[in-house]
Design a protein around this ligand. Structure first.
Ligand code: 6PG
Length: 249
């Protein structure tokens, strides 16, 4: 990974979650102070669930400018919004009931639609939001990483150049729904801040490869995340960062 980045690693889940919640809260406040709204593409997977829970509680619940906050998702599984397995559903359960976000600020990808229609609808929602700019510039893109080097729903073997903003994807991973939608690097890389959340010893080898290994984005789609003009931050726990001694010592 050639681009400059920041990596912070935390000893346990509680400090990791608090640090992530704190960073994202600060970025939300800064975005609203700077341009009047805060947009974030959320991640699926298990890693961010602690952060979503914390946002719904004090002090974060009271500090995040919910009225000006707009939620998107970096990827979505093609299942209805009320079933487990939907990335929207995870946030709808853990966060939305606890915070005063206007419903119209929740821009979910419609996983209940067929793939092409869902991609077209989500692209349209992004276009509306980005009105006036050629590509949406989200304030924050929050991403996870799979053991196979995927991020969002950009899996190994997916084409490196994708001019579209949203693509349909078929990929098996950990028994999760295989039909998915993903934002592409065309949008993800425009974000003002890209923040990866990565925990667990089972991600250590992949993280080491992504950061220190050869640039092989087709096999390691995480390496396609290269901010066009924003910042890139990795928040990890010590287990995931255990192979990164030159960085963490
Ligand atoms: C999804 C994701 C995906 C996820 C990784 C890591 O919808 O599945 O957004 O990219 O972030 O698979 O998942 P874990 O956090 O569960 O390891």
């Amino acid at each position: 990974m050639a681009e400059p980045f920041t990596l912070h690693s935390f000893a346990d889940a509680a400090t990791f979650n608090r640090a992530a919640a704190r960073l994202l809260t600060t970025l939300a406040q800064e975005a609203v102070a700077d341009h009047g709204r805060f947009s974030i593409a959320l991640s699926g997977g298990g890693t961010p669930t602690g952060v979503y829970k914390l946002w719904g509680k004090r002090p974060f619940r009271d500090e995040i400018p919910w009225q000006q906050t707009h939620l998107f998702w970096g990827d979505e599984r093609l299942v209805p919004p009320d079933v487990e397995g939907s990335n929207y559903n995870q946030v709808a359960n853990l966060l939305l009931p606890h915070v005063p976000i206007p419903p119209e600020n929740v821009h979910r990808a419609k996983g209940e639609l067929p793939m092409a229609a869902a991609a077209a609808d989500y692209t349209e929602q992004l276009k509306k939001f980005a009105a006036g700019t050629p590509v949406p510039v989200l304030d924050v893109v929050l991403l996870g990483m799979g053991r196979d080097g995927h991020t969002a729903s950009l899996f190994p073997g997916s084409p490196v150049v994708q001019p579209e903003w949203v693509v349909g994807v078929m990929a098996e991973y950990d028994g999760r729904p295989a039909q998915r939608l993903s934002l592409t690097p065309t949008v993800l890389n425009q974000a003002r801040h890209i923040v990866f959340l990565v925990t667990g010893a089972d991600k250590a080898a992949t993280l080491q490869q992504v950061i220190f290994g050869p640039h092989q984005p087709e096999q390691m789609p995480v390496q396609r995340i290269q901010p066009a003009h924003g910042t890139l931050t990795w928040l990890t726990d010590t287990a995931a960062a255990q192979n990164l001694t030159p960085l963490t010592k």
